[in-house]
Write a protein that binds this ligand. Sequence first.
Ligand code: UD1
Ligand code: MG
Length: 465
Amino acid sequence: MGHGPAAVVLCAGKGTRMKSEQAKVLHPLLGRPLCAWPIAAAAEAGARPVVAVLGHQADDVRAAIKTQFASLEPRFAVQAQPLGTADAVRAAAAELRDASGSVLLLYGDTPLLTPATLRRLLDAQGSGRGPLALVSCVAVDPYGYGRLVREGGRVVRVVEERDASEAERRIVEVNAGVYAVDADFLWKALASLKPSNAQGEYYLTDVVALAAAQGEVAVVAADFEETAGVNDRVDLAACARELRRRINQAHMRAGVTLEDPDSTTIEGPVELAADVVLEAFVTLRGRTRVAEGARIGQGSVLSDVELGAQTEVRPYCVMEQSRVGARCVLGPFARLRPGSELAEGVHLGNFVETKKARIGKGSKANHLSYLGDAVLGAGVNVGAGTIICNYDGVAKHLTEVGDGVFIGSDTQLLAPVKVGEGAFIAAGTTVTEDVPADALALSRTPQVVKPGWARKRRERLKGKP
Ligand code: UD1
Ligand code: MG
């Protein structure tokens, strides 16, 4: 068995109040499914093994958790029917046969809990005089939460909203839904519960009264910013706001400027060096890494992008799965699709799209271009409106452009095609054959000039009755 306490995270419910086809615990919250947050907190607090209890959409939930926690090796148990939170914990018993000591119990819909609070909870249970410790919170609006009922100062039970009396509903000290319990006590207590309540469910909260009969229930107080549960989409948005705030603050304290943190979204294992500047409404996702001094302009969205030092991303760029070197200047309105690799000092201007394109040092494409399936050397100038025609309707083909090539505006390069170093492509050319190094390629109909023709036409048309 593992080192820390075991943990059980309840993820079997449907989440009726979400009014969704998708199970509540799968709803995305800052780039991860909702239930990944409490699982991560339990794992970080040292819990092993972590058992997720599945039920509604079990296969999807299991797959999502496995993707998120490959190295944690989570275990799974299935609750056949959603008979309540106590029944869900009971379903995990087989996976925890060998567990003794403390078990952490968490709900899959409380994403804000921190590992520090879970450790405080475990300490309180370990050093307390009873078999159970729980986390409480004083809620401004306790509606929907279980209330802590105290007698003579001691917690004696938890009563759910639907079962509470008028007086009990006025209690503002609520149950956060996370417990540390002695394993032997837990399995015996669960076996004795009855579903005698308004919902006809087996309530995990009824274990609290049984624990109070054996000794003092230890209560660890936490802020609502840590204990909020997600029952509907309003709660989900509120939790997203809180998580964003925490993540953004950590980056700011580590030396990143966020010009408008309330509008900044950073999700996933994003790494930002010191002196990076994020303007308003920037979204960074996945394995995005930004080196020192880079600036990301307003409204830009980067997923799995590496940005080199001092690179400037101007407003409204959308970039994914790409690598950008140092001192590049991109946008406004540049679009980097997967497999774009830009060397140092590349400039891509407005309405330039790249895909699987390797672009060499100092090359420039400043206006209205599509560069797909291409390798461009260093010092290439791509004129406005240049299109690499990479797709022939059946397959994609490669275009290679050597160092120092000048591509005039409104050029099409029909892949597969190669342009040798130092070649010059005249504006308006359709390149269908390879161009040797240092050559001129030109494919235009010769220009015709008829002096006075335009004036005569004007006069003819105006003279009409
Ligand atoms: C629960 C607590 C309440 C507490 C609140 C904190 C109970 C009876 N009540 O109420 O005291 O204040 O959380 O957020 O425990 N689940 C299952 N199987 C089931 C039912 C639920 O796995 O049969 C899972 C759900 O997926 C969810 C979690 O348990 O992740 C909590 O269920 P939910 O219905 O949201 O309970 P609350 O009404 O919020
Ligand atoms: Mg809930």
